[in-house]
Design a protein around this ligand. Structure first.
Ligand code: GLA
Length: 730
């Protein structure tokens, strides 16, 4: 039993294999948080302390008891208006305009299996091991009930959370803030690790002390964003890759979010994650309800490495769905950095022909195939084939590509519209523009109002037609600007605050429709590279183009940060041309392939333009990927060194489930005369087992490789790579 309820004492315990989470109903009915961490048993109410605290008010029903204050007690779902002045998880605006909700425990329910959320991505569990606990809290003043959902996945050491707000009162209310999760810690000193960045340099790791004040991480851009990622780690100050305790929280949501940490006046720490409350309000008429997105939490007392492994397994098998979840993704060639807007049907087939000869399995036709689209000034929204440019039908080009033994994929950017397009001429009110104001442009384009069903209907119909006609088996779905001027001509004045969230729901609806209509379609997410790389998107798109920066050396940092939460199978990574188009850097072809292989592999350069010797290299790379994909896609991933440290070497490793096979990869990021030797220390092997290095007679014990390390051969030139496969000798 993962969920244990002590009815008499109203204590709720959630157990996973290695963790325990406990809460209890307090003296006056508030739901208090007691513990989250290593698995242990018992009644943790002894941890609660009661003191008379100045300027921390007391609930009315506490009478003369001045030792019971919501401002000091650890809460399960802190709400605004009950005397807690810390950052709330829940803010309700009542019919009379006041901001208050006093949530008291009402009932519980345990359900077999993992709950789902209508219209939103959620963790799922097929083995029926999971259980759901629903705790209902009620606000007597408004009649609103807040239902806290907990999904317990014991084997994964994961607990998910979502909140359902039901207006069971007689008057309309409005939800101003509803975080998906709150964690109150009664003690401890913590660091917060977050993943910030920018276009072309996503998910840089930063570690800061949780201080006395609120630290906020989030996005108000309408997408989860390049700038911040909806994944945070709260770690003991001493935690490292392999040691120490840490809590990870990932939000399954692709829009505005907010993560908060704060140390309060009594050295207690609050950790919140959910949709952003900025630019948001959601009106609830009597009888209506609102679901927050889901947050997935995990705890590790073996450092970040184990925490990452938990999230990798969760996302790989319980968030990603469909046929592509478990099988090898096609090795593709993408036309973007290969030809940009400069192509016709013949050129595309030429690119595909050479790629097919070398073993590439799919051609993805990127931006430029539709409407009037020879640059980024025009065409978005007109999802009909530009036959003039292609020199024929798209189905013809696709047919020629299939005749080469390849599959055909296509790029789309459904949420956008160019002012210079037929769609905008016909439906200017479908774009986000505030009446009476000039809109902000981004990449010369405007954003379509996906909160409106008729807009999604129209775009979906157009795109589905193209997919059908050309036999498209892969879609790269892009989003190349952030939201501004959010105004929906389809919504009443008091509902404009709901539009950004409804826009995200519209995207999910669009994706769900695509998958329903084309169940075998592989969709790759993208938003100017990794600008919407989140666990919500991964429910629909099992891989995401990791960054518009395809430079192998820059990718070391980007992919390193990405790996803290997201499994390698979700990371879109391609070999591109040198000098690199974004950074101007030249790296060896082998290095580019080694880095791209730590992802769902492909090419993004014209293979007609490389030398015969390089073509032979590409052939071998493709063979290697086919040989190692299972290890890469399903194996445990270890970060061996950090590209952020001045150690001139970035190394990582994949190990299969039973520890009999490993792939060790390393790239030098500096070149030196007479350099010291780098030793890397492997992980996850069997101590006693004997491993042979492929292509040599060298054998090592797992223990030696892990504890004594292995010297990395001296690499003469800059940016060279070393990749070795180790297999247990039976
Ligand atoms: C974005 C994507 C690129 C490419 C271009 C096309 O920047 O991230 O990979 O698809 O759009 O315009």
């Amino acid at each position: 039993m993962a969920i244990i309820i002590d009815k008499e004492n109203q204590i709720f315990s959630l157990h996973t294999t290695h963790t325990t989470y406990q809460m209890a109903v307090g003296k006056y009915g508030q739901l208090l948080h007691l513990y989250y961490g290593n698995r242990c048993e018992g009644d943790f109410r002894y941890l609660l302390t009661y003191y008379d605290r100045g300027f921390s008010g007391n609930p009315y029903d506490a009478g003369e008891d001045r030792t019971y204050s919501m401002d000091a007690l650890p809460q399960e779902y802190p709400s605004c208006g009950n005397g807690d002045y810390r950052s709330p998880a829940f803010v309700l605006q009542n019919a009379d305009g006041t901001f208050s909700a006093d949530l008291r425990y009402e009932s519980n329910q345990v359900v077999k299996g993992k709950y789902a959320i209508p219209g939103l991505p959620a963790v799922y569990e097929e083995e029926e091991e999971a259980e759901t606990l629903i705790l209902t809290l009620a606000d007597a003043g408004s009649g609103v009930r807040v239902k806290l959902y907990y999904g317990v996945l014991p084997k994964l050491d994961v607990i998910t959370r979502a909140v359902r707000v039901c207006n069971e009162g007689a008057a309309a209310v409005s939800v101003q803030k509803a975080a998906s999760m709150a964690l109150d810690f009664m003690n401890g000193t913590y660091d917060i690790l977050h993943f910030h960045g920018r276009h072309g340099m996503e998910r840089n790791v930063e570690r800061n002390t949780v201080f006395h004040g609120e630290q906020v991480f989030g996005s108000r851009r309408g997408a989860s964003s390049h700038q911040q990622n909806p994944f945070l780690i709260l770690a003991d100050r001493s935690a490292t890759e392999e040691f120490g305790s840490c809590y990870g929280a990932a939000l399954l949501y692709s829009g505005n979010f907010k993560g908060e940490t704060a140390c309060d006046q009594y050295e207690q720490v609050r950790f919140l994650l959910g949709m952003s409350d900025e630019l948001f309000s959601w009106k609830l008429e009597p009888g209506q309800e609102f679901w927050t997105p889901e947050a997935a939490m995990s705890f590790s007392d073996n450092g970040f490495s184990k925490l990452s492994a938990n999230f990798h397994e969760l996302i790989r098998r319980h968030v990603c769905r469909g046929k592509w979840r478990d099988i090898r993704r096609p090795i593709l060639i993408n036309s973007w950095e290969t030809a940009y807007f400069d192509f016709n049907g013949e050129k595309i087939v030429d690119i595909a022909r050479e790629a097919a000869k070398l073993g590439v399995e799919m051609l993805v036709l990127d931006d430029g195939w539709f409407g009037k689209r020879d640059n980024d000034f025009s065409g978005l929204g007109d999802w009909f084939v530009n036959e003039e440019k292609l020199g024929g039908k798209l189905s013809q080009t696709a047919e020629e590509i299939r005749a080469l033994g390849m599959e055909f994929g296509l790029w789309i950017e459904p949420e956008m519209v160019s002012e210079d397009s037929r769609l905008y001429q016909e439906h200017p009110d479908w774009a986000f523009v505030i009446p009476g104001r000039e809109p902000v442009r981004g990449r010369y384009q405007l954003v379509l109002d996906f909160s409106r069903k008729e807009v999604v209907d129209y775009i979906f119909t157009q795109i589905a037609e193209v997919i059908e006609e050309a036999g498209v088996t892969y879609i790269k779905m892009d989003m190349n600007r952030h939201l501004t001027d959010v105004y929906s001509a389809g919504a009443a004045e008091q509902n404009q605050g709901a539009i950004i969230h409804k826009y995200v729901l519209g995207i999910y609806d669009f994706l769900e429709r695509l998958l329903t209509r084309f169940p075998d379609l592989l969709i790759e997410g993208c938003a100017g590279g990794g600008g919407r790389f989140d666990a919500g998107m991964l429910y629909y798109t099992p891989q995401i183009w990791c960054s518009d920066n395809s430079d192998a050396i820059a990718r070391l940092k980007i992919q390193y940060g990405t790996s803290f939460c997201y499994p390698i199978s979700t990371v879109g990574s391609h070999v591109s041309a040198v000098p690199n188009h974004q950074t101007g850097r030249t790296t060896p072809l082998e290095t580019r392939a080694v880095v791209a292989m730590a992802g769902s592999f492909g090419y993004e350069l014209d293979l007609n333009l490389i030398t015969e010797e390089e073509k032979q290299q590409v052939r071998l790379q493709i063979e290697d990927y086919k040989k190692y994909w299972k290890l890469i896609q399903d194996g445990r991933y270890f970060r061996l060194t950090s590209p952020w440290q001045q150690n001139a070497l970035t190394a990582w490793e994949f190990v299969n489930e039973d520890g009999t096979e490993a792939l060790l990869q390393a790239v030098t990021t500096d070149t030196m005369f007479n350099p010291p030797v780098h030793y890397v220390f492997l992980k996850g092997l069997k101590e006693q087992a004997l491993y042979r290095m492929e292509g040599t007679d060298q054998q090592y014990t797992g223990g030696a490789l892990m504890h004594a390390g292995i010297p990395v051969p001296q690499m003469k030139n800059e940016y060279m790579a070393w990749s070795v496969h180790l297999k247990e000798v039976r």
